[in-house]
Design a protein around this ligand. Structure first.
Ligand code: SAM
Length: 257
């Protein structure tokens, strides 16, 4: 997260365009998980996003900066700090990532964004965050997420010196990382393992776009691997059951009043 102001705004706009390309639009509610110092928020502001935004991060200084500089410019942009443990970013954090609860109600968001966040997570934390994504998304809602993923075919490219992050260290059969002394600097998971985690959380992979970090991505603007996840929409029977439940509760309230 070291960049000058121009690059910050340009990268923010690129992240915003990635979300628009996957359907983010006016009236949507977006949760930016691991918002850092507001790069995506700045990108959304500079490209005229007409929806609501909430970001949270585990770094207090960054969140404070966003609250001080971004919310006053547009009060639809809100930021929260959560003191979650991450060995790289917040080693003294008091909340275990594997037990975190996002600062959002059930089914309260149309989109989640996790840009360059799962690339710094161990698997148990990924599992919990995917479950939380499912909880806060409306049925049919999407999470736009980035990762480093690999499979047997990709292994030579991702371990080569020419890879942006040569994933030469092995944690277990599905996990590789670049820097021996700092595994969470850049961590990569087997693609089929990621798909299993996503399925296990009750989500589906809608799109996978390989990034150019491993030299085989089709889109020069996509550096990490992009996975768009979706909470499946409700079936007709569930929709009717929910509507009836709401109607029944309203009738009970009216009867009491
Ligand atoms: C490489 S930065 C990316 C920031 C931002 N998403 C962006 O693209 O500009 C990774 C971010 O993930 C945050 N992070 C790390 N662990 C986290 C956790 N358990 N929950 C939420 N955010 C976390 C870090 O504090 C950091 O801001």
């Amino acid at each position: 997260m070291n960049e000058d102001d121009t690059r910050l705004v340009d990268t923010g706009a690129l992240l915003a365009r990635t979300l628009y390309a996957h359907g983010l639009g006016a009236g949507h509610r977006l949760l930016d998980v691991g918002c850092g110092y507001g790069r995506l928020a700045i990108g959304l502001m500079s490209t005229g996003y007409e929806g609501r935004y909430k970001g949270f991060d585990i770094l207090p200084l960054q969140v404070r900066w966003c609250r001080r500089h971004l919310t006053p410019a547009d009060d639809r942009y809100r930021f929260r700090h959560l003191d979650v443990h991450n060995a790289r970013y917040n080693a003294t954090g008091t909340i275990e990532a594997a037990a975190v609860r996002f600062p959002a109600r059930d089914e309260s968001h149309d989109y989640c964004a996790l840009f360059s966040v799962f690339t710094h997570f161990y698997a148990d934390d990924v599992r919990r965050y995917l479950a939380e994504i499912r909880r806060v998304l409306v049925p049919g809602g999407r999470a736009v997420t980035t990762w480093f993923v690999w499979d047997d075919a990709r292994l030579p490219a991702i371990t080569a010196e020419s890879s942006a992050y040569p994933m030469v260290h092995v944690l277990d059969e599905v996990t590789r990382y670049e820097t021996e002394s700092d595994p969470l600097k850049a961590i990569a998971y087997r693609e089929d393992f990621v798909r299993e985690l996503v399925r296990g959380a009750g989500l589906e992979v809608e799109t996978l776009v390989r990034g150019r970090w491993a030299h085989d991505g089709p889109d020069p603007e996509q550096f990490q691997d992009l996975l768009v996840l979706r909470r499946p929409p409700l079936g007709t029977a569930t929709r009717i059951r929910r509507r009836l439940g709401r109607l029944r509760r309203r009738l009970v309230r009216a009867g009491r009043g």
